[in-house]
Ligand binder design. Structure first.
Ligand SMILES: [Fe+2]
Ligand SMILES: [Fe+2]
Length: 150
């Protein structure tokens, strides 16, 4: 299923595990925009799924430079705080609108398409480093007739 809001479309990051979790979170977000005011239970379910997903990504973040890792973790914390604030509003009898959920969706799509894609790409490159050619071995191979004529 394609997930999109306000002209932004969720892209695959290349990690099956992360993409499956993104899809599940977008399903919850989309369900929250249907059927009137958003209820506390829906926001708590969203929060639970997000916390699990952010743990999944944190486990991959050792490959990132420290500053990028901290920026990514900070972005997650900030988003969870926003969801917590909306859940608190709903719990106290306040109204959480579909527009507010749309803003959550928009942030989630942009974050997934940028920061999460960076994370998956960095992890992929770390797992498949290019060959490291030793200069002495390489020079020796040039003088080796078996290798030179191969
Ligand atoms: Fe993500
Ligand atoms: Fe992320």
């Amino acid at each position: 299923m394609t997930h999109a809001v306000s002209g932004y479309t969720l892209q695959a990051t290349g990690s099956d595990a992360i993409d499956a979790e993104h899809g599940a979170i977008m399903d919850i977000l989309e369900s929250l925009t249907r059927g009137g005011p958003v209820d506390t239970a829906g926001l708590v379910a969203l929060r639970t799924e997000l916390a699990h997903h952010f743990d999944t990504e944190s486990a991959e973040m050792a490959v990132l430079p420290p500053d990028r890792r901290e920026q990514h973790e900070h972005a997650h914390r900030s988003f969870l705080a926003t969801v917590d604030s909306l859940a608190e509003t709903a719990r106290n009898g306040g109204t959480v609108s579909g527009d507010e959920v749309n803003r959550l969706m928009l942030w989630f799509i942009v974050h997934s398409n940028t920061a999460d894609t960076e994370l998956v790409e960095t992890a992929r490159r770390a797992a498949e480093p290019p060959p490291m050619i030793d200069m002495a071995d390489w020079l020796a191979s040039l003088d080796d007739p078996d290798l030179r004529d191969a």
